[in-house]
Design a protein around this ligand. Structure first.
Ligand code: ADP
Ligand code: MG
Length: 736
């Protein structure tokens, strides 16, 4: 650990300035190496320091071949007895290594890494880290992390070897060395975190944290370093978001809405049902924010069917009671119409003047609506993107409601907000965003969760089914069909290359998966987005034909795949809805909004290819009505992690709980389809696991800005500077 501080003024300044110089400033960074670093996104010295190890090999956790237990994650060191390249199939290479130590032989198999043949030779000492397996009489590791040890092994500081992301042109060992140089050349640089905050959470100095994340002596040191760096990233992000919000609110007079007026009360008594406790609480939250003398920014989160719309209705009525106007925007024509049809009569009965505007509204009618809106003759306008057009102008807009807000971009939301002076905003979403993540994405947000659906639907059961037992799933399907019910079969990957993909997909998950996940929130183990590639369409077609002629021979089977024209898809869906076909084989995610109450069984083949959020959405198609549903998740995976992840689907039916399991959700910014949110500067933060740090940073940022809104105090100036640098880099990155 480097000795920190006792650096004097000029040195500190010089070291701080080096951070933002080009990476060529670092010793041994030649133009060629700078170019290779550029390929890794590293341009400045600061970038190099933030090029954190992807994982670590912990040699202190080293085991002998004899002592290592099957199923355990471990590191084994030994010498290479024999190394061979094999090509079992034309497109598949594997390197097989027989590794020996004093106690036995370990067989190592590395798929698709033929270059290992260039760097490894018989007789070399290497350490391999991964999960120990057993097969064909040997202890084995598949796709472990491999590192040369002993002489020439690079500048590893101790028992922990950092593994930095590298390229063909620049090896991990070289990256490690260059990072080491950058660290020593920036020794003494200013730490932007005020001492008071460092003391409060007992955080390492930045210099120490950087040294420890790159070259830890023990894994605990790396974890402490990560905690410090995560806190710093989050504090910067929260400050940035809060300052942005303050900027937008400047000079605007927020509206204090009347929230217990006649229309709100009339709406309450006109409702055909009683609000659930959670709905009532969400309504109270929204109305409290609207009544407060600040610009509200409220998000209501609830799974599909939890009844978010009616909560929004109260907000709309409150705007009308205030003598002002509200816009409600939905992402599709169907949804906008549905809102107008369900809310329209209720609101009208409560004395609210409502209209609907979509792309399909006839021109004459549209002109009338636009004129009424501009003259204040309308209280609420419900619509689609059609609301965004320039000539849709309000007399006095004080509330904007965005339904399924994740479907809209930042600009679209901003455009809607710009139609009023300082309107309150209410967002509704079914995306299960953990509270901490929502805070990270919108520093100035208030939230309500609705976790339970109002009526208890018949519900459904979910079972994970190993491939060899999938017969059980198809038995259940046939039983349902014989009762006159219908069945979905979802098969994302039934192509002949599925086996190969298994091998490829296993590769990045090998060694140190835990350290990896902790450091790199962006690891995704979700299936690839395009699940309907050409081969798969052909294979799914065969699968559908096969099912039609065997298991489901007595029933009508149809295929739905992503490459179909939308009219064709519609026809297939219509026939299924009408009950003309009983089995729907789909290669692609069945579209949101599909609702066939008579469909009760869903079989998802290769379920491990999907993210949990996707699976949850899929299974939402059955068990919603009066008949209970059965969901079978078929998986051929032998990976314990994959199976554990799937079994989370068995234990909970709560999309929000699932979110906490789902690595795919850790891809922060992607969730809101919104890279500009600022979240993409997060490098070490794990938005699911670091909830406590996110909340702490959120509270601290708020306190700092309350005391010093422009970050002008001497102890805050370094923060302001870092924030500017972090987020100007951000715009450069997202712009490209
Ligand atoms: P979402 O949260 O997915 O937008 P909706 O607002 O569309 O859900 O509500 C789903 C259905 O539940 C609607 O038909 C709505 O009328 C109904 N609903 C909402 N709240 C209640 C309630 N408290 N009791 C009974 N039905 C309700
Ligand atoms: Mg809805």
């Amino acid at each position: 650990m480097p000795n920190e501080a006792n650096t004097n003024g000029p040195d500190r300044l010089a070291a701080t300035l080096v951070l933002d110089e080009p990476v060529t400033r670092v010793r041994l960074v030649s133009p060629a190496r700078a170019k290779a670093l550029g390929g890794l996104g590293v341009r400045t010295v600061r970038d190099l320091l933030a090029h954190y190890p992807r994982r670590y090999i912990d040699l202190s956790a080293k085991k002998t071949v004899a002592a290592a237990r099957i199923g355990e994650q471990c590191t084994i060191e030994g010498s290479i007895h024999e190394i061979k390249l094999k090509r079992p199939r034309p497109k598949l290479s594997l390197v097989e290594i027989a590794l020996v130590d004093d106690t036995g032989v370990l067989m190592v198999t590395a798929f698709r890494q033929p270059w290992l043949m260039d760097s490894l030779k018989a007789g070399m000492r290497i350490a391999v880290a991964g999960k120990l397996e057993f097969g064909y009489g040997f202890k084995r590791m598949t796709n472990p992390f491999v590192e040369v040890v002993g002489e020439g092994a690079g500048a590893a500081a101790g028992m922990v070897i950092p593994v930095h992301p590298a390229t063909e042109k620049l090896s991990t060992a070289w990256v490690r060395r260059l990072v080491g140089n950058a660290l020593s050349q920036t020794r003494g640089a200013c730490d932007p975190l005020p001492l008071s905050l460092r003391a409060k959470y007992r955080l390492m100095s930045r210099q120490t944290a950087l040294a420890c994340i790159h070259f830890p002596h023990a894994m605990e040191e790396a974890a402490e370093a990560r905690r410090r760096l995560a806190y710093e990233e989050l504090l910067m992000l929260e400050l940035f978001l809060m300052r942005g919000a303050a900027e937008r609110a400047r000079g605007r007079e927020p509206v204090r809405h009347v929230t217990d007026g006649p229309r709100v009360r009339a709406l309450a008594s006109a409702l055909p049902f009683r609000l659930t406790d959670e709905q009532a609480a969400a309504r109270d939250d929204v109305l409290r924010e609207m009544a407060a003398p600040r610009v509200a920014n409220h998000l209501v989160l609830g799974d599909v069917g939890t009844g978010k719309t009616v909560v929004a209705a109260f907000a709309l009525a409150a705007a009308a009671d205030t003598g002002a106007q509200a816009l409600l925007m939905a992402p599709t024509e169907v949804l906008a119409r549905q809102h107008a049809a369900s809310l329209g009569p209720l609101l009208e009965a409560a004395g609210v003047r409502v209209a609907l505007l979509t792309g399909a509204t006839p021109a004459a009618e549209r002109a009338g609506i636009v004129a009424r809106l501009a003259a204040g003759g309308l209280d609420v306008l419900v619509g689609t993107h059609a609301l965004l057009e320039d000539d849709v102008a309000c007399a006095n807009l004080t509330l904007v409601v965005v339904d399924e807000q994740q479907r809209f971009g930042v600009e679209q939301r901003a455009c809607l907000l710009a139609k009023g002076a300082a309107p309150d905003a209410l967002y509704l979403t079914a995306t299960p965003i953990p509270r901490s993540l929502a805070l990270a994405l919108f520093g100035d947000l208030t939230l309500s969760y609705i976790r339970h659906r109002p009526r208890t639907a018949a519900g459904r059961t979910t079972k994970v089914c190993p491939k060899q037992e999938r017969g059980r799933a198809y038995d259940a399907a046939v039983a349902a069909l014989s009762r006159g019910e219908q069945v979905y079969v979802v098969c994302p990957l039934v192509g002949k290359d599925a086996g190969e993909r298994d091998a490829a997909a296993a590769a990045p998950r090998g060694a140190g998966a835990d350290a990896d996940a902790a450091l790199h929130p962006s690891v995704s183990i979700e299936g690839d987005g395009d699940l309907a590639g050409g081969d798969n369409v052909a294979a799914a077609t065969r699968e559908a034909q096969m099912l039609a002629s065997t298991t489901f021979a007595d029933y009508a089977v149809e295929l739905l795949h992503g490459k179909m024209a939308s009219a064709e898809k519609q026809q297939v869906m219509d026939r299924f809805r009408a009950g003309e076909t009983q089995v729907l084989v789909a290669t692609t995610v069945i579209e949101v909004g599909v609702d066939v109450p008579n469909a009760t069984v869903m079989i998802v083949e290769d379920a491990d290819r999907f993210g949990l959020a996707q699976l949850h959405q899929l299974r939402g198609r059955v068990g919603r009505g009066e008949k209970p549903g059965e969901v079978f998740l078929v998986s051929a995976s032998a990976s314990e992690a994959a199976l554990a992840r799937l079994s989370a689907m068995e234990t909970t039916d709560d999309g929000f709980e699932l979110a906490a399991f789902d690595l795919s959700l850790r891809r922060e910014g992607d969730i809101l389809g919104n890279r500009q949110s600022g979240a993409s500067v997060l490098k070490v933060v794990n938005v699911v696991r670091d909830g406590a740090i996110i909340e702490a940073a959120h509270a601290d940022a708020r306190a700092i800005l309350e005391a010093d809104p422009n970050l002008e105090a001497p102890e805050h100036r370094p923060l302001a500077r870092e924030m500017r640098i972090a987020f100007s880099g951000e715009s450069a990155r997202t712009g490209g």
